[in-house]
Design a binder for this molecule. Sequence first.
Ligand code: JD8
Length: 228
Amino acid sequence: MRFDVVTLFPEMFPGYLDQSILSRAIKKKLVDVRLHNLRDWSKDVHCAVDDRPFGGGPGMVLMVEPTVACVEAVREMDEEVGHLVVLTPSGQRLDQPLVEELSRRSRLVVLCGRYEGFDQRVFDILQPQELSIGDYVLNGGEVAAMVLIDAVARLVPGVLGDERSSKLDSFSGDDRLLEHPHYTRPRNFRELRVPDVLLSGNHQRIAQWRREQSFLRTCQRRPDLSPE
Ligand code: JD8
């Protein structure tokens, strides 16, 4: 799966991409992330890509000309033009079903804004899918793009060591419950003991206990996700 990220801050990505699971996936050529600096498509002698908003008000707006030129050029860098997404607080909320849908694409072009965001005509012309990672305010789209890439890339076959692990995740599969608690050594720490059932070796009872714990946790912590 190929990601093309369009951003004013490409240097924010390598530190994150070079970590653990994603770097292995990139080395194995399962995932390819290409970074494009929006500033390289500036039409102006000062390399400006932002300007003051018509109508007044604080902040700066990313200009339509360099943005459209950049996205069109990036899309043409491969015969598969890719699916264009923009991260914006007014986008559709990203959730696991949407991540699963996106992971079935072979190429995503991810547009990251800054400042007050893009001139409206960027959306009118490019008609991207507008996505938000949650109802809180970030300073720009880059961290949201990393969240998107992280969530989507781990569903690409072969990226996780163990193919079963993503199907057992919270929010995945048919039930979409929260995770059950996990334990490892030692068996007793400050008089807090590992539940006996996990030491019983009875895999059917263990599976049943984990399902119950998932269900209870979901009811208690996230009633909005509860099956009933
Ligand atoms: C892109 C600029 C900041 C947004 C003025 C300062 C996503 N869930 C999310 N929260 N925030 C973002 C996000 C914020 C962004 C940009 C994404 C580009 N900003 C602006 C409008 C109001 N602030 C996001 N995905």
